[in-house]
Design a protein around this ligand. Structure first.
Ligand SMILES: [Zn+2]
Length: 145
């Protein structure tokens, strides 16, 4: 398979973070918006770029976001771990709209370093990815919540 990393496509606006990712998609499911402080310190753009890299690698087709930012309260409610990467605003639970979840997971796992992924969790209907500060890859599988 041949593919290339997209150039930084940053046009932050009131709607979009990057070309294929909106602020609304990053918001907590309880209605809380993605925290401004995480935009200010730049992490949201690193996360969005990794999302664009994954999208570009995976057929350049839409990817559904099951979960992105979570408030600590919402994280507790959905059974997330206490120091969840979602609470830190650096994780996405993704479902590809065309390829199987197994194939999607395999592609990300195979290309994690180039993509900028540092954590990958395999679930039944989605793949968790995050950009934790680590030179190594954290890998696990779990049950959908
Ligand atoms: Zn997750």
């Amino acid at each position: 398979m041949s593919w290339s990393l997209q150039s930084m496509e940053m046009f932050p606006s009131l709607v979009n973070v990057t070309r294929h990712l909106t602020w609304e998609e990053l918001a907590c499911k309880d209605g809380t918006g993605y925290p401004f402080k995480f935009a200010e310190d730049g992490r949201v753009y690193r996360l969005a770029q990794v999302f664009e890299n994954i999208r570009s690698l995976c057929l350049d087709k839409p990817i559904k976001i099951h979960s992105a930012y979570r408030t600590p309260e919402w994280n507790k409610k959905v059974g997330g771990v206490a120091n969840s990467q979602h609470v830190q605003g650096i994780a996405l639970d993704l479902e590809h709209t065309v390829m199987s979840n197994a194939m999607f997971h395999a592609l990300i796992l195979e290309n994690w370093r180039a993509l900028g992924v540092r954590g990958i969790g395999q679930y039944k209907t989605f793949v968790h990815i995050d950009i934790r500060d680590s030179p190594k890859l954290a890998v696990w599988s779990g049950k959908d919540t």
